[in-house]
Design a protein around this ligand. Structure first.
Ligand code: E4P
Length: 224
């Protein structure tokens, strides 16, 4: 399942599903706002159900919007009922470094049997702990790591080694794509999945020299 689409835009999801090249979708509140979702939690529910149905049986990540432990657990339980293929994104910790989140992750995976995607992570050590807590997916934000002046490839290699060595179940998702090149480079470094924006996925397909070559074939076909 190497490529997920990082969007809440239905037309984009439909386009790449029809091509058969995506194996899941990731969202977060910022992505949903950019994808014109309005109407509060009802709007989120409506869009999530629509996407989940469109990509079934592939997974869709929907993020909790609550930062208190009970609130996170309640939302995770509620959102996971919207469709069978929905998994729940929970950030590694709160905005002030609150430590409740991994406990919620552990509880949701083990007591409630809900698949969790631990998100907003910037290092292999965060991913490792999220993985030990039982997360099904661990999301490292590659572009943000690189923008801080570190090479996320080092983090990808380390977390893949740890997951394999300790036989942990988590799949590594690298998000925060910034360049077309990121997708293949991050997969080659050991990521199980790269979640990519529609614009960059399109950029992976189209090449100027392919355009020129195709034009040559079309022009020559007329001369036959
Ligand atoms: C990953 O799951 C996130 O949705 C996303 O890739 C974050 O990317 P950003 O750094 O562009 O916000």
């Amino acid at each position: 399942m190497p490529i997920f689409l990082d969007t809440g835009n239905i037309d984009e999801i439909e386009k790449f599903m029809k091509m058969g090249i995506i194996r899941g979708v990731t969202t977060n509140p910022t992505i949903l706002v950019k994808s014109s979702v309005t109407g509060g939690m009802d709007g989120v529910k409506q869009r999530a159900i629509e996407i989940a149905k469109l990509i079934d049986p592939y997974p869709l990540s929907v993020e909790v919007t609550n930062n208190d432990p009970d609130g996170m657990i309640n939302q995770a339980r509620e959102f996971s009922q919207w469709a069978n293929n929905i998994n729940i994104k929970i950030t590694i910790h709160g905005p002030d470094g609150e430590l409740d989140n991994l406990e919620a992750v552990h509880k949701l995976e083990n007591e409630y049997n809900i698949r969790i995607n631990v998100t907003a992570m910037m290092s292999a050590q965060q991913c490792f702990l999220a993985s030990l807590a039982g997360a099904t997916f661990v999301s490292l934000f590659g572009g943000r790591v690189n923008n801080m002046g570190y090479n996320c490839i080092d983090e990808i290699q380390k977390i893949r080694l740890l997951i394999d060595n300790f036989d942990l179940k988590s799949k590594i998702i690298i998000g925060s794509t910034r360049e077309v090149l990121n997708v293949v480079e991050w997969l080659a470094a050991g990521a199980h999945i790269v979640t990519v924006t529609p614009h960059l996925l399109e950029g992976m397909i189209i090449h100027p020299y392919s355009k020129e070559t195709v034009q040559q074939f079309l022009d020559d076909a007329k001369k036959i």
